[in-house]
Design a protein around this ligand. Structure first.
Ligand SMILES: C[S@@+](CC[C@H](N)C(=O)[O-])C[C@H]1O[C@@H](n2cnc3c(N)ncnc32)[C@H](O)[C@@H]1O
Length: 248
């Protein structure tokens, strides 16, 4: 079973691949798309769930998504077709760091994909290149609630604490106009959805040649979460505009 297949099973009931519930996603999109006729870009869009939700609720929005997973993009395209949204969605199968567009975007979104750029600040620098004057960025990334164990850093990579994270973003000329810190309920729900669904699939398919691997992966990842980072990992999603002295 490859990584994409595991991911598809693990996210079957949590299509947003980040610790955010449906109401938080709805509110973040409301704050990011105030007009309803924006051009939006998602760098690391996965199965396109953010884009699909924005398109479904705003008939004037046009969206583009970039991801390196052909499987995830195919799923995004199929979902868009079945929901009648396909003609307003363009999907690009390529490295988000190399994506270029002749037209800028009113909203550049990147949630849970900062590793594609080497961290949060490089993600913002990449987003800025695509941003129309006066546009917004919606970005979601991890932070440490408290001092992480070496094991947590090994599993997730390193982050700053929340205040330092936001200070560093602001120092790069961004003003947060909205933010959401994932609740313990959202963080736990996401992990249980991923590793519970994967384990459940293995138990439901005992004769599948991939069942043992799926169950072992679910066990490992659940243990990494509970023993390694549940008490230290946080997730923040920010809606950003360029600060007054720099509106580009
Ligand atoms: C945790 S998922 C988040 C997906 C989506 N943003 C969401 O919130 O549902 C991270 C995504 O980043 C994509 N990704 C990783 N490296 C990438 C790269 N260099 N360029 C584009 N996408 C990348 C992965 O394929 C995956 O779909």
């Amino acid at each position: 079973m490859n990584r994409e297949q595991l991911s598809a099973i693990a996210h079957a009931h949590h299509p947003i691949k980040a610790p955010l519930d449906d109401e938080s996603v709805r509110l973040l999109l409301d704050k990011s798309l105030p007009r309803g006729d924006e051009r939006m870009l998602d760098l690391g869009c996965g199965t396109g769930e953010w884009l699909l939700r924005a398109l479904a609720t705003r008939p004037g929005v046009h969206a583009e998504g970039v991801d390196v997973s052909a499987e995830a993009l195919a799923q995004a395209g199929e979902a868009a077709s079945s929901r009648g949204l396909r003609e307003r969605l363009v999907l690009h199968d390529q490295d988000a760091a190399e994506f270029a567009s002749p037209e800028p975007f009113d909203l550049v979104l990147s949630v849970g994909a900062a590793h594609a750029f080497g961290g949060l600040l490089p993600t913002l620098a990449a987003a800025r290149k695509h941003l129309a004057p006066g546009g917004r960025v919606l970005v979601g990334d991890g932070f440490w609630e408290c001092t992480p164990t070496p094991e947590a850093i090994e599993i997730l990579g390193d982050f700053d604490d929340l205040a330092t994270t936001v200070d560093r973003v602001a120092a790069e000329g961004w003003t947060p106009v909205h933010g959401h810190v994932s609740t313990r309920q959202e963080l736990d729900a996401y992990e249980w959805a991923c590793w519970g669904d994967l384990a459940g699939w293995a138990l439901d398919h005992p004769d599948d040649p991939d069942a043992a691997e799926a169950l072992a992966t679910a066990d490992t990842r659940r243990a990494e979460w509970l023993h390694g980072y549940r008490d230290t990992f946080g997730f923040v999603t920010l809606v950003l505009r360029r600060s007054a002295h720099d509106r580009t």
